[in-house]
Design a protein around this ligand. Structure first.
Ligand code: UDP
Length: 347
């Protein structure tokens, strides 16, 4: 198939591009390189050659989209590009809505006009907000009540996509879409080509690995007084290669001609289905790396729910996908190899 991958120079998008190329798809990566890395695209191109094309630009740029969509006949769009920092979204909410919702509307207009039939959207467990204990593990039917502008900007795009799917179904036009609600994505490509490179890095596993490498003074635990078994927050960490594998499974199952509305727009949780606390992650990093580093107990970070982990049985039942890597040590080990081999990321 011919695929457009927005954000394909970023962490998850680049892994998806790699997987799509390995599966024999032709890929156009669209990325403005604001947070993505040209180095990731270059590494991919060194392997895939002409099968991969790169367009530098913004997914909200109407003219650019017109050109890209007129030059290619995409079978599917995989939309990864987004602003993804919760804290930043609280400080700059309009920027988040502008990008994650407004630019997504521009992209969907172009998708609609070009008659692209499949769309996969990177959504987030942040759309669930802070579910009560009765909703843990979290099913897709859990009420979506995001607690921050990031989650709201993503939820609005889910709604837009669902509404577009329904409008196109009623109009008798082929189109099917999925929103994939990611829990915490971690790890790196196990062939060593790609990994995680954020600036600033705020995610737990890379932060601890940077401390293990001596590139950071200490790890700060954001809160030790939560109502969880050890007082620290519990999250569901899914390996990035499993995550992109799920995208391929979903893409293969989208049915743009389905008669039922429920088949035209689907939402799936992507997680391993169990949670690990911050302390468990720190301990697992110590075991994998054998390194010693300083850990400080700090204040809670605003907006962090105590416990989030997925009930990922829907995608298992409907598509047969389940995470193949459920061992925390294995997830951390793949990230550790990446950070050791690429201490400066792609630069
Ligand atoms: N966390 C932490 N110290 C850090 C970074 C994260 O204690 O330096 C905690 C954070 O409060 C959350 C968990 O680790 O409970 C995962 O955070 P991350 O930012 O990786 O992902 P999020 O769950 O916010 O998407």
């Amino acid at each position: 198939m011919e695929l457009l991958i927005t954000g394909g120079a970023g962490y998850i998008g680049s892994h998806a591009a790699q997987r799509a190329l390995a599966d024999g798809h032709r890929v156009v990566v669209l990325d403005n390189l604001d947070r993505g890395h040209l180095g990731a695209v270059e590494r991919l191109r060194a392997r895939a050659g002409e099968q991969l094309r790169f367009v530098e630009g913004d997914f909200g740029d109407e003219r650019l989209l017109e050109r890209v969509f007129s030059e290619n006949q995409f079978d599917a769009v995989l939309h990864f590009a987004a602003l993804t920092y919760v804290g930043e979204s609280v400080a700059q909410p309009v920027r988040y809505y502008q990008n994650n919702t407004g630019s997504a509307a521009t992209l969907l207009e172009a998708v609609d006009a070009a008659g692209v039939e499949r769309f996969i959207f990177s959504s987030t467990a942040a759309t669930y907000g802070e579910p009560g204990p009765e909703h843990i593990p979290i099913r897709e039917s859990c009420p979506q009540a995001p607690m921050n502008p990031y989650g709201r900007s993503k939820l609005a795009t889910e709604h837009m996509l669902a509404d577009l799917s329904e409008a196109k179904r009623r109009a008798g036009q082929p189109f099917a879409a999925a929103a994939l609600r990611y829990f915490n994505v971690a790890g790196a490509d196990r062939t060593g080509l790609l990994g995680e490179d954020h600036d600033p890095e705020t995610h737990l596993i890379p932060v601890i690995l940077q401390a293990a490498l001596g590139r950071r003074d200490a790890v700060n635990i954001f809160g030790t007084d939560y109502d969880t078994p050890d007082g620290t927050c519990v999250r569901d960490y899914v390996h990035v290669e499993d995550l992109v594998d799920a995208h391929m499974a979903v893409m293969g199952d989208l049915d743009p001609d389905a008669e039922e509305g429920a088949r035209r727009f689907r939402a799936f949780n992507l997680g391993i289905g169990r949670g690990y606390s911050v302390l468990e992650i720190i301990e697992a990093v110590r075991e994998v790396t054998g390194a010693s580093f300083t850990v400080r107990e700090g204040e809670r970070r605003p907006g962090d729910p105590p416990t989030l982990f997925a009930d990922a049985s829907k995608i298992a039942e409907e598509l047969g996908w389940r995470a193949s890597v459920t061992d925390l040590g294995e997830i951390i080990d793949s990230a550790w190899r990446w950070f050791k081999a690429n201490p400066n990321g792609y630069s």
